[in-house]
Design a protein around this ligand. Structure first.
Ligand SMILES: Nc1ncnc2c1ncn2[C@@H]1O[C@H](COP(=O)(O)OP(=O)(O)OP(=O)(O)O)[C@@H](O)[C@H]1O
Length: 399
């Protein structure tokens, strides 16, 4: 758990020091710096911002670098320095480290914010990242496979972009890369499929709390991004001409996705029978749709919150994971949950359920709010919470 957080030159946060508790509430008007505080924690954990990819956007104007430093309750320290020119320096316990994943492992961070609220309708990247966040923290071997896959994919795509007609040397090169891609893809799929299967009951459980009327009607599916019944290199070989025309690789682990489906009635097997007094039996087919096409805007927000929130108990359920999958990388550090402006996205009942769920889990929470209306609810679930007020980038204890 983070005990003390120090932020320098991130957006309007010039120098901020924060003594933190299990639950931390940051209150402030628009533009005061609330989201920047959450952005700082996310940056330390993931090495990137959830708002802008280029450091020059979030490093304070006229400054060369932003720094975030955290001391955890176990005494360890984590730090990141992001320079305007995108140079990154990472430190763990005062020692320079060269791999962001080392800090990510120390500080698992889950973000629930308005910007992710249309992930059901967007392209697959954010849904894939949602699954991969869980896979990263649960399967120690996943990250290396994913990195190796990305490296080969980049090489392949840059060659596909360069030419539409391969020389025999280039053809041989692609063949070798495809073999490598196939072996990494098989493992990536193996890890993702295992974690996905473990996640499903947790998702159903969270839906029963957040969207109880849909409990029988919503289900998740996982798509590997390619046909897993045959090796990926065979499929890449078959599709090579099309990929050359496109200038990129169409199939593979980089196209994996998860979908949320809505069924008109999940309890019936194939059809619903409705018998009218005088009419013969009318058979109505089950309607199956993407949930995004059926749910209201508010319900979609609840669904996305459920997708994220359901990952936490799975990550933290160490005993079950030990029985279910001995290879699991048990999370030994406390996950941090960042809730940005939840009152703007969720109704009172949903916020109540969200906070009560979080309070039962061994995680650390940072939440932002425009007003102090959230405080009675926070007090209901956390006996001691640290409440801060932020004004023009200056953080003070809430009176
Ligand atoms: N690179 C930068 N340097 C300095 N200030 C910046 C930079 N980028 C953004 N800002 C300012 O930082 C302030 C903090 O923005 P932030 O998004 O954290 O506010 P917020 O309290 O979350 O607001 P809201 O409630 O509207 O979401 C804004 O006023 C913005 O103008």
């Amino acid at each position: 758990m983070i005990e003390r957080l120090q932020i320098s030159h991130l957006r309007n946060l010039t120098q901020v020091t924060m003594q933190t508790a299990a639950c931390n509430v940051i209150i402030g008007v628009n533009g005061s710096g609330k989201t920047s505080l959450l952005e700082a924690i996310f940056l330390l954990s993931r090495g990137k911002s959830f708002r802008h990819s280029q450091p020059k956007r979030y490093v304070q104007h006229h400054q060369s670098a932003a720094i975030v430093h955290a001391k955890l309750t176990d005494g360890s320290t984590l730090a990141i320095q992001k320079q305007v020119d995108a140079t990154t320096m990472l430190r763990l316990n005062q020692t320079t480290v060269y791999n962001q994943s080392i800090l990510t492992e120390q500080l698992p961070t889950l973000l629930i914010d308005p910007s992710t609220m249309d992930m059901l309708e967007q392209g697959s990247a954010s849904r894939r990242q949602l699954l991969d966040w869980l896979v990263f923290h649960m399967k120690p071997g996943f990250h290396a496979q994913w990195l190796a896959y990305q490296r080969l994919l980049k090489q392949r795509n840059s060659l596909l972009k360069q030419t539409k007609h391969l020389t025999s040397v280039q053809r041989a090169e692609i063949k070798a890369w495809d073999k490598g891609l196939a072996s990494h893809a098989a493992l990536i799929h193996h890890y993702r499929a295992q974690v996905f299967a473990a996640w499903q009951p947790y998702f159903a459980q969270t839906i029963s709390k957040l969207l109880p009327t849909y409990v029988q009607q919503l289900s998740l599916s996982y798509n590997a991004g390619y046909d897993t019944s045959m090796p990926l290199d065979e499929q890449l070989n078959e599709r090579l001409t099309q990929d050359l025309q496109l200038g990129y690789t169409r199939n593979g682990s980089h196209r994996a996705d998860i979908h949320v489906h809505w069924h008109s009635d999940a309890s019936a097997k194939n059809e619903v029978n409705i018998e009218f007094a005088s009419d013969p039996v009318i058979k109505l087919p089950i309607i199956k749709e993407q949930a995004a096409n059926v749910l209201s805007r508010g319900e979609k927000k609840l669904l996305i919150t459920a997708l994220r929130l359901s990952q936490l108990p799975l990550l933290l359920n160490r005993s079950e994971m030990t029985n279910a999958a001995p290879t699991v990388n048990l999370v030994t550090t406390t996950p941090v949950v960042l809730l940005d402006d939840i009152t703007a996205e969720l109704d009172d009942r949903a916020i109540d359920i969200l906070l009560s769920t979080l309070a039962q889990l061994p995680c650390q929470v940072f939440m932002t709010s425009l007003t102090s209306d959230i405080l009675p609810l926070v007090a209901k679930y956390w006996s001691t919470a640290n409440v801060f007020h932020v004004k023009q980038g200056i953080l003070t204890a809430y009176p």
